[in-house]
Design a protein. Structure first.
Length: 272
């Protein structure tokens, strides 16, 4: 039996590390020879490893955002418990052409996420390409909250009070996760194309994490262009979508049951 895409994904990291030899390597190479997507994945893995090796020290400093991302990854993992034997697939947005990146270890996810968020020269979103979609809206909301131009409706450090505040204002049970080393700032309700969305803000010093949550079916019904295609493609595959806003913020999109969740995080340039 040959190697399929999933086997190739699983082997990718070990192959780059030179840990795969003999027949397994032969079968892997045979698959890579005929599968463009895995070939791209392998190249990306090599680039990632090189970049990680070169930049791990500089990017290791802003641990806070990395923690926040790992936290959201952990909660999505919990939600996906039951989908057995599936690795995370983290599609990385590169000028709106998503490339599937399959890190072999959580450590690599962490490093990759840190690089994407803090090394914007590595990967960029073509800014302004998606004009009025919900991803852009999430980034704008994050910016206006961060800059203080749109204050939150409800300020509290207590997750239960925040949940109480959101209950009844949105037609789903909003997630208010606890992020290590961050404190909850509060919550608000915003509307996108008539769909009520919950927003939750976290903060550590000048570093913010903004979560936007909405009923996935409703937002897709509201407009065919609400969710950009690369995001839809990723979440339909049960994958994570990870993008960079081209400056100092990054976006992660995932689905939690009926809820479509966006997390935008970034750093003040001075902190950076
Ligand atoms: Zn393949």
């Amino acid at each position: 039996m040959g190697v399929n895409c999933r086997d190739a994904d699983d082997l990718m990291s070990a192959v780059v590390d030179g840990e795969v030899v003999g027949r397994a390597l032969g079968e892997f190479e045979e698959h890579i020879g005929r599968c463009r997507s895995c070939r791209v994945g392998l190249e990306l893995e090599k680039i990632t490893k090189r970049t990680v090796t070169k930049h791990l020290q500089p990017v290791a400093a802003p641990q806070s955002i990395v923690d926040a991302i790992l936290n959201s990854i952990a909660s999505a993992q919990a939600m996906r418990r039951g989908q057995k034997g599936r690795n995370w697939h983290i599609p990385v947005l590169h000028t709106f052409r998503p490339v599937v990146l399959i890190p072999a270890a959580a450590a690599l996810v962490l490093a990759v996420a840190a690089i994407i968020l803090f090394r914007p020269e590595v990967l960029r979103i073509g800014r302004g390409k998606a004009s009025a979609d919900v991803l852009t809206a999430a980034i704008r909301n994050y910016d206006s909250l961060r800059l203080g131009t749109a204050p939150l409706e409800f300020v509290s450090r207590d997750p239960d009070s925040v949940k109480d505040f959101l209950r009844g204002k949105v037609d789903f049970r909003a997630n208010v996760p606890i992020l290590d080393s961050y404190h909850l700032v509060g919550a608000g309700v915003t509307s996108y194309c008539g769909v009520q969305c919950a927003e939750v803000l976290y903060r550590r010093d000048m570093v913010f994490v903004y979560m936007l949550q909405m009923n996935r079916l409703e937002v897709c019904r509201s407009s065919t262009e609400a969710v950009p295609l690369p995001v839809t493609a990723s979440i339909d595959r049960g994958e994570w979508y990870l993008g960079n806003n081209g400056d100092s913020s990054g976006v992660v999109v995932w689905v939690n049951g009926e809820i479509l969740c966006f997390a935008v995080a970034g750093m003040d340039e001075k902190v950076l």
